[in-house]
Design a protein around this ligand. Structure first.
Ligand code: LLP
Length: 448
């Protein structure tokens, strides 16, 4: 049987996560329910930090909170000594409300608003700004310099660079190509001009450069290519401007296991490959080792999430397919529809039986929202609990109210305890922002 983190089979023949019976969790908290395995999250956070420390480098592990932005997970990241990456006012507010130390917050984004920059520059209780703003473009650099000046602050920044790397992942989650909205391209000289411009900004303190080439990357060589291109750029800056930066951020992107046959690099392999390439190239150019930063999201929280659904209608089309419909779908997991992402599922009510019936797991939206085209489930029956694995990253984060569904609840499980960390929306929540203008009320009953 394929188990991740603390998942196992209990004496009832049910799936157990964090010492909690999945079928009981579904009864207690209703479905769809996202179950987050606290021990697995903490292990991943420690393992990532440990893997880089074992390579003998200074490392900031920055949790990319877009993968799962909420208070409790931000709190865990803070407790584990991580930094946090936010990409909007909402993610920044989440980190701040979780009392995340402001000096360990970094802000990404290709179109940050003035309001967001003001919030970032004034976030600290002591009047200091957040740890780093990752400046993406010249326009933002001007605005941030002005806003920091108005706040009487000198804001530490990094520059987001784009090395030309075509990572082998879905084209919609590739971000390191030349043809991308993100960052200063190294090719063509944009990155070079950005460094020169940033050095002249009196209210900005340029600490280094960073890149992020994509997500769910399963081949280590793509990371090494990006690292090599970044260091070639650093050598050019040293040669021409006589300057070496104290920091280098190599972004996120390490892939995870969605299916039993997936084999992403381990954190140890990832760290060894990345640091090895960085060392080799720094030595080639006679550059000193900067403090490294990485920005993992998915690899910290992805496998820790399991979504529990209750089986409803089952439609058997002889010689074609059996559709097992569950009580969620596109609204809690848009990834199959968006990226043709594939998932593993099992019948969590019958883990002790062979998972050998091939079915499609379908959502309940008014379109063909098939979550898994070919899942193997043990004797699926109405009322059974189906568990879909590896839903901890970019599922809740991208959930919607399509068809006016309520977004699901999230529970954090650990050693037999389950705590709600995000409450299920109510139907009243879903309707709460609707308004009927007075003129529509007045025309009530009038048929044109
Ligand atoms: N740093 C930056 C600047 C990023 O844009 C991202 C992800 C990360 C770090 C974290 O990458 P990770 O380690 O999680 O791969 N919604 C898509 C993924 C989009 C990723 C966006 N940026 C999906 O569901 O696959």
């Amino acid at each position: 049987m394929f188990f991740l983190g603390t998942q196992t089979q209990n004496s009832q023949g049910h799936l157990e996560i964090g010492g909690c019976d999945a079928v009981e969790l579904a009864q207690t908290f209703a479905t769809p329910l996202i179950v987050m395995d606290e021990a697995h999250i903490r292990n991943q956070m420690r393992a990532m930090t440990g893997a880089f420390e074992a390579q003998g480098v200074g490392i900031h592990v920055i949790y990319a909170s877009k993968a799962f932005p909420c208070l409790a997970i931000s709190k865990i990241a803070a407790q584990e000594g991580l930094w946090i990456d936010v990409a909007s006012a909402g993610e920044l507010l989440t980190a701040l409300r979780a009392d995340f130390p402001t000096e360990r917050i970094i802000f990404h984004g290709n179109n940050k608003s003035d309001d967001e920059l003001v919030m970032a520059v004034n976030a600290g209780t002591d009047g200091a700004g957040i740890g780093r703003v990752v400046v993406d473009n010249f326009d933002e650099m001007e605005r941030l310099n002005r806003i920091a000046g108005e706040a009487g602050a000198r804001q530490p920044i990094m520059l987001r660079l784009t090395p030309a790397v075509d990572a082998h992942t879905h084209r919609l989650i590739q971000t390191g190509r030349i043809d991308t909205k993100f960052g200063f391209n190294i090719e063509g000289g944009g990155a070079r001009r950005a460094v020169e411009a940033a050095l002249e900004k009196e209210n900005l303190e340029l600490l280094g450069v960073g890149c992020h080439i994509g997500s769910q990357i399963l081949d280590a060589p793509f990371f090494t290519l990006a690292a090599r291109l970044m260091i070639e750029f650093l050598a050019e800056i040293r040669d021409d401007l006589g300057l070496e930066f104290p920091e280098l951020d190599l972004g996120g992107g390490l892939g995870i296991r969605y299916l039993p046959e997936d084999s992403p690099p381990t954190m140890e392999e990832y760290a060894a490959t990345l640091v090895g390439t960085v060392r080799e190239n720094l030595e080639k150019f006679g550059l000193a080792m900067p403090n490294l930063a990485i920005e993992p999201g998915r690899s910290l929280v992805g496998e820790a999430g399991t979504t529990l659904y209750r089986v409803g209608n089952i439609k058997r089309i002889p010689n074609v397919r059996t559709y097992v419909s569950v009580d969620g779908g596109l609204s809690d997991n848009p990834r199959p529809a968006l990226y043709e992402a594939r998932y593993f599922a099992l019948n969590a009510s019958k883990v002790d039986q062979p998972q050998n019936e091939t079915v499609a797991v379908a959502g309940k939206h008014c379109e063909t929202d098939v979550l898994i085209e070919e899942a193997q489930l043990a004797d699926p029956q109405r009322g059974d609990i189906v568990a879909v694995y590896s839903t901890g990253a970019y599922n809740y984060a991208m959930a919607s109210n399509y068809n006016r569904f309520r977004r699901p609840a999230v529970v954090l499980v650990s050693e037999g305890e389950a705590d709600v960390i995000v409450e299920r929306e109510t139907l009243e929540d879903v309707l709460a922002r609707d308004l009927i203008p007075e003129r529509l009320r007045q025309s009530e009953g009038v048929v044109a």
